[in-house]
Design a protein around this ligand. Structure first.
Ligand code: PFF
Length: 434
């Protein structure tokens, strides 16, 4: 981009909203509440808070610091630290693109369900995935993400979050209020939050907290690094604290809307795909104004997923621009084509084709391989390259000097965060954990 000024966020608020847009996604609304319910209820908030404060926020600050200090996206940032880390940067971009591939498929189902509820005719998940309709919505969602990123940092990524995040919060608060007045509210909250402190000695619960933190805060994949490269004078710890706080608040609130509805409808709480596309739709079918509430729920979930997908899409786009000289328009078009291809097997795994790998739908395998294992490995690479090989003074410059706090922070990045990522990685190989 020689000769051209690098784009910057238009304001602090714009940056915060875009980052909250990235962090708040499917992970907050359908993953977090269930993990809480299944891992000690209210007691789970302790490991989660520890994990966000000591591992999630530090990694986010590291990414922002590398991005702002090098003024470029992950591959050229890594190259500027040491030539040989170029490949490591490319590996992280690949993981991000692969995660986006299947994340976009789920985003597109959410969009489809929003349509169905708006039209007042919800379709069963089995019927939906027994058609090729999912492919149409996959294309539409891909186009929405592409058009946003193509429009630029300010006009695209920042703008969409400025609209969608406030709308998301209003809908969520409305749904929480409605849910809490449903007859099953007490039972739902009891399942969700009643604390079981004995779970705190279970390592699986801690591993679940770590895994959820990294996924939910969108750290470890170069998204925050890329966002940091568009950043002006911002206090990084403060920004990261606000982003993480908003992410957690929205996740906790999501539980207050979900479980009262599930218990009011007399259903069993489920996780993931089943919760959003089977359990909740049948709950909406049973309660008053269910169609309207369902439409609002899926619109909210779509807003959350879309802004997260946009942030992932920016990583390969910025890479093509910064490291390979593409214009934003060409880069975005190239990434759009690549993501459609990479996501296609996942999209096809929930159509009559039932594409499988190792006896599981391809999408589920992609979620495990890239969204769980890949994400942790990418986070480890980031910590090692940033913590061990980047000039420490450059990081200190970004985080306000080199006092004892910054030294403690560097120790956390060099030893603490990698250790926790390793533990999470090992835990992720055992079923039932993470
Ligand atoms: N944070 C998003 C969620 O909670 O759904 C998912 C995500 C977005 C993960 C961007 C990683 C990422 F780089």
């Amino acid at each position: 981009m020689s000769g051209l000024e690098r784009e910057q966020w238009s304001s602090s608020l714009g940056f915060i909203l875009a980052s909250v847009g990235s962090a708040v996604g499917i992970g907050n609304i359908w993953r977090f509440p269930y993990i809480v319910g299944a891992n000690g209820g209210g007691a789970f908030l302790i490991p989660y808070l520890v994990s966000v404060l000591f591992f999630g926020i530090p990694l986010m600050v590291l990414e922002l610091a590398i991005g702002r200090s090098t003024g470029t996206s992950i591959v050229s940032a890594f190259r500027s630290i040491q030539q040989r880390f170029t490949v490591a940067g490319l590996a992280i971009v690949a993981v991000t693109a692969l995660v986006l591939g299947y994340y976009l498929v789920i985003t597109s189902w959410v969009l489809a369900y929003a349509f169905f509820f708006i039209l007042g005719m919800p379709v069963e998940f089995g019927t939906f995935t027994d058609s090729y309709l999912p492919l149409v919505f996959f294309l539409i969602s891909g186009l929405a993400v592409y058009i946003t990123v193509r429009s630029g940092v300010k006009e695209g990524i920042e703008r969409i979050s400025r609209y969608l995040i406030p709308i998301l919060i209003v809908i969520l608060l409305f749904l929480v209020v409605i849910s809490l007045t449903e007859p099953g509210a007490a039972e739902g909250i009891e399942f969700y939050l009643s604390p079981d402190f004995s779970k705190l000695t279970d390592p699986g619960v801690w591993i679940a907290a770590f895994g959820q933190t990294f996924f939910s805060l969108s750290v470890g994949m170069g998204v925050m690094l890329t966002f940091g490269s568009y950043l002006g004078k911002e206090r990084l710890f403060k920004s990261a604290g606000i982003i993480a706080g908003a992410d957690m608040l929205i996740a906790v609130l999501a539980g207050f809307m979900i479980f009262p509805l599930v218990f009011t409808a007399g259903l069993d709480p489920a996780s993931g795909v089943n919760l959003a596309f089977i359990t909740l739709p049948s709950a909406f079918a049973k309660i008053q104004y269910g169609m309207l509430l369902g439409a609002l729920f899926f619109l909210m979930l779509f807003a959350a997923a879309l802004t997260s997908a946009v942030s992932m899409f920016e990583v390969p786009t910025a890479t093509l621009m910064d490291s390979y000289g593409y214009t934003r328009k060409h880069a975005a078009l190239f990434v759009f084509a690549a993501i459609m291809l990479v996501g296609l097997p996942s999209a096809l795994s929930y159509t009559p084709l039932n594409l499988e790998l190792l006896g599981m739908p391809f999408l589920d395998v992609a979620d495990y391989a890239f969204g769980t294992i890949g994400l942790i490995v990418a986070g480890l690479i980031l910590c090692i390259v940033g913590g061990w090989f980047m000039n420490r003074d450059r990081i200190c410059d970004e985080i306000g000097g080199c006092g004892w706090q910054q030294k403690a922070y560097m120790a956390l990045i060099r030893y603490g965060v990698p250790a926790v990522l390793l533990i999470t990685l090992i835990g992720s190989f055992f079923p039932g954990a993470g």
